[in-house]
Ligand binder design. Structure first.
Ligand code: F0G
Length: 482
C-alpha cells in the first residue's frame, strides 16, 4: 500500500517528507575517535555528540518532530493545575489509544516505577514476553521477579518468523499453575519487543494472552512504547489485518490490555510518557502516586510544550506513511548487510537494525562483552554510535554473579525521518568492512561497574591493544579518508 515501485526495479525506501530544519554533524578523524573512546571508557553512552557522526544510539527522544508538533508547542498553556494542554493530550490518548483515564509520567520508566510501586511486592512474579532493562530494574527494585516466556524461535537470529515477540501461551499457563495467580500482579506484553531485535507480536497472540488472563483473573499490562511500529507490522504480516487501518489495529491492541503505558520519547516522537486505562480501580490506585513521584496530575513532570507535541505526535502515529519510514529504512539496512554476509537479526524489526555480535565475535568470550566490544569497534572505524544490547546491558543476579545475555547484539537505531539513504549506505559500507576485519576486534573488561543499570555509565577498557591494531588496518585500507 505504501510501496512505491521504481521503473529501474531497484528496491529502496522513498522519503515521503522533506527536511526543513537541519543540524550539522561531524565526522572526526579515526585518531580522535580512538581518544574519544578512551575518554568514554569504551562505552558509547559516554561519548559526546561532538565526536559522533551518525547517532544510532537510540530512537528515544531523537525521532524527527513534525512541523505540526513544533507549531503545537507554541500554544502551550502554562499552568500548574488544569492546563488546557493536558486536556488536549487526554483527548488524544482517548482518541488514539481508546482509554479514558490518562496519568502523565515524565517518561516510560517513570510509568514503570508507578506501576511496580502499586502492584509489585516481595514474592511477586511478572510473566512477560521479554524484559526491557528499565522494566526489569523497577520490578526487582520492589522485590519482584520476572519470567520471560518467548517461543524458542525468538532466539533464532536468522529467522523468518513474522512474530518473534509472541508470548508462549502454553508456558504462560504452566507458570500460572506453578506460582499461583495470586502471586502474579500482572502479565506484561511489550510491543515490538526491544531487546530481541524490535520484534512484534501478533493480535492473535495478544488475544490468547487476554483469554488466559481472564481465566485466572490477572491484569494485562501493555508496554506501548513501540506500539505504532508493532501495529504497522501487524498490517504487513498478519493476514486478518491486511486491510485494516493503523487506528483500528492500535485500538484493538490497547483494548486487550487493562493498563497501557508508554515512553512518549518513542511512541509520539516527543518527550514524556504516561499510563492509561479504562479501569476506575486502577486509576484510583495509581493516581495518588503521580503527585508523589512525578508532579501534579495535569502535567506529571512533563513540560506543557512537550505535552502539546505529544498530543499531536499521538495522532500522527495513525499515519501509516510516517510510521512505515523507520521500519522500511531498517529493512533496507538489514537486507543490505545480510547480502554482504553480515549476520543480522531477521526478519528486520523496528527501532533499529541488530547486528549479531555473538556470531561475529565468536573469538571473544561472553565474559569479555562481545557486543560492547563490537559497538566500540564500529564507532572507532566509522563514527557511528550504536548501543550494546547484550551481557553488558544485563544485570547481575541477586548473588552478584554475571548473567549472560541470550543474545549479544549491536543495535543501530534508525530514528524516524532522521537519516538519509546515503548515510544508511555509509553504515552498510563501514559495518561490512568491520565484519571482514572482525578478527582484529578484542574483548573489554569493566574498570568501573555501577550497581544498577551498569551499561549507562559503566567504564571499560580493552583487554589488549586491539583498538590500535584496528586503527592501523583502517589507515592501511582507507588511506587518509575520514
Ligand atoms: N519500554 C520500552 C520497550 C523501551 O524501549 C523503553 C526505552 C522504555 C520502556 C523506557 O522508556 O526511556 O522513556 O524511560 N527505551 C529506550 C531505548 C531507552 O533506547 O530503547 P524511557
Amino acid at each position: 500500500m505504501n510501496e512505491i515501485k521504481f521503473y529501474s526495479g531497484e528496491q529502496i525506501p522513498l522519503e515521503l517528507h522533506k527536511a526543513r530544519v537541519v543540524q550539522k554533524i561531524h565526522l572526526v578523524p579515526i585518531e580522535r575517535r580512538l581518544e574519544a573512546l578512551e575518554e568514554a571508557g569504551f562505552n558509547t553512552f559516554r561519548l559526546t555528540t561532538k565526536d559522533v557522526f551518525l547517532d544510532m544510539l537510540t530512537d528515544s527522544g531523537t525521532n524527527a518532530m513534525s512541523d505540526q508538533q513544533l507549531a503545537a508547542m507554541m500554544q502551550a498553556d502554562d499552568a500548574y493545575a488544569g492546563s488546557q494542554s493536558f486536556f488536549r493530550l487526554k483527548q488524544a490518548v482517548e482518541d488514539v489509544l481508546g482509554k479514558k483515564y490518562y496519568l502523565p509520567a515524565h517518561q516510560g520508566r517513570a510509568a514503570e516505577n508507578i506501576i511496580s510501586h502499586a502492584y509489585v511486592k516481595k514474592g511477586s512474579l511478572v510473566p512477560m514476553n521479554y524484559h526491557f532493562t528499565t522494566s526489569l530494574a523497577h520490578i526487582t527494585q520492589y522485590g519482584g521477579k520476572i519470567v520471560e516466556l518467548l517461543y524458542d524461535e525468538a532466539y533464532v537470529i536468522d529467522s523468518t518468523h513474522p512474530f518473534k515477540g509472541n508470548m508462549n501461551i502454553e508456558k504462560l499457563e504452566e507458570v500460572i499453575h506453578i506460582n499461583g495467580a495470586k502471586n502474579i500482579p500482572y502479565i506484561r506484553m511489550e510491543a515490538s519487543t526491544n531487546l530481541i531485535g524490535g520484534q512484534p507480536f501478533s493480535i492473535q497472540n495478544l488475544r490468547d494472552v487476554r483469554a488466559i488472563a481472564d481465566k485466572y483473573d490477572i491484569r494485562v499490562v501493555l508496554d506501548a512504547s513501540l506500539l505504532g511500529e508493532n501495529a504497522y507490522l501487524i498490517i504487513q504480516r498478519e493476514e486478518e489485518f491486511k486491510e485494516s487501518t493503523m487506528g483500528e489495529v492500535i485500538k484493538l491492541m490497547t483494548s486487550l490490555a487493562d493498563i497501557v503505558y508508554f515512553s512518549a520519547r518513542k511512541l509520539s516522537s516527543s518527550r514524556g510518557g504516561g499510563i492509561c486505562t479504562n479501569c476506575t480501580d486502577v486509576y484510583k490506585e495509581l493516581s495518588p502516586l503521580i503527585p508523589l513521584f512525578e508532579g501534579f496530575l495535569t502535567y506529571g513532570g512533563i513540560s506543557v510544550r512537550e505535552i502539546e507535541s505529544m498530543a499531536v505526535g499521538l495522532y500522527e502515529t495513525l499515519d501509516e506513511t510516517m510510521i512505515s519510514q523507520s521500519p522500511s529504512f531498517i529493512a533496507y539496512l538489514v537486507n543490505a548487510l545480510d547480502a554482504n554476509g553480515v549476520p543480522m537479526v531477521k526478519p528486520p524489526g523496528v527501532l533499529g537494525a541488530h547486528v549479531d555480535a555473538m556470531e561475529i565475535c565468536k573469538h571473544i568470550p561472553q565474559k569479555e562483552y562481545p557486543a560492547a566490544a563490537l559497538t566500540a569497534a564500529l564507532f572507532l572505524v566509522s563514527g557511528i554510535r550504536g548501543m550494546e544490547r547484550g551481557t553488558m546491558s544485563n544485570q547481575r543476579d541477586e548473588y552478584g554473579n554475571e548473567t549472560y545475555a541470550d543474545m549479544e547484539l549491536v543495535r543501530l537505531a534508525v530514528p524516524r525521518r532522521v537519516f538519509t539513504l546515503s548515510q544508511i549506505k555509509y553504515v552498510v559500507d563501514r559495518m561490512t568492512w568491520l565484519y571482514e576485519n572482525r578478527e582484529l576486534v578484542g574483548g573489554l573488561r569493566f574498570v568501573d561497574e555501577p550497581p544498577v543499570l551498569r551499561f549507562f555509565m559503566g567504564g571499560m577498557e580493552p583487554v589488549s591493544d586491539w583498538p590500535q591494531k584496528l586503527l592501523e588496518k583502517f589507515r592501511e585500507d582507507f588511506g587518509d579518508s575520514l
